[in-house]
Design a protein around this ligand. Structure first.
Ligand code: MG
Length: 246
């Protein structure tokens, strides 16, 4: 189970610069070659972007933190129940005010959430405004069934009933995997880690405190690990056993 931004690709100033490179596409192709493997990309990104970038590959997807998901075998996107968008309009107004006061900030509207990005804002100002926005929004979201998430240079408001942990449960429930590895770098990946069974390998990318058992420094080390997995026949091809990479 693999997060995308900051885990498989480096963090970019422009959201759309994180297009998968040839090395990554090849790596995911290799990992999915064995039909016993399920490789799940779990991202906060909107599903259309993931479909455009990676839709050609035999991958499973969780998009928008679980609001959308797709099984490779079915090849069509599903929406999660419990989507709640009441109140997002007033959050949007609030974020618009913050965008006007913060040079470089911009809003990303997804189907079931709104994200306020400050990766292009001067660092101190960005951090300050983000904290102000979070405390403003926190006062009102609870009553609306919404929650605030702080990611890397982004504040996102979405339904409190959606998170990556709930989303990965669909996979954990549907198969009996012999080997599960989950990798992520963000706050939102903590929900993935916490949802994993005890025998799963959970890996945090970066140095923040985490529920994960292991740590890697960067996407470069993640790629090295994944490459070692499919290059090592003994690890990956033990008879007909099933493996899940989430
Ligand atoms: Mg990430």
């Amino acid at each position: 189970m693999l997060d995308y931004d900051g885990t498989l690709v480096p963090f970019h100033k422009q959201v759309n610069e994180a297009i998968p490179d040839a090395e990554l596409l090849d790596m995911l192709t290799q990992l999915t070659k064995d039909p016993a493997n399920d490789v799940v990309i779990i991202s906060g990104r909107d599903y259309k972007t993931l479909e455009t970038w990676l839709g050609e590959l035999p991958l499973d997807f969780i998009a928008e933190h679980g609001a959308w998901y797709k099984y490779n075998a079915e090849n069509e996107w599903n929406t999660a129940p419990d989507l709640n968008t009441n109140g997002l309009q007033s959050i949007m107004q609030m974020m618009n005010m913050y965008t006007k006061r913060t040079p470089g900030a911009f809003i990303e509207e997804k189907s079931y959430s709104i994200a306020w990005h400050y990766r292009r804002v001067e660092k101190d100002l960005g951090n300050l405004r983000a904290q102000e926005l979070i405390s403003d929004v926190k006062h009102i979201v609870g009553d609306m069934g919404l929650q605030v998430l702080q990611g890397d240079k982004v504040v996102e408001v979405k339904s409190m009933y959606i998170n990556k942990g709930k989303a990965v449960k669909r996979w954990l429930d549907k198969d009996n995997y012999d080997f599960i590895i989950a990798i992520g770098d963000d706050h939102t990946d903590e929900d993935t880690f916490k949802a994993m069974p005890a025998e799963a390998y959970t890996i945090k990318v970066g140095k923040n405190i985490s529920a994960a058992t292991y740590f890697l420094n960067s996407y470069i080390e993640v790629r090295k690990l994944l490459r070692d997995l499919y290059l090592d026949d003994n690890t990956l091809k033990q008879g007909n056993k099933q493996f899940a990479l989430m």
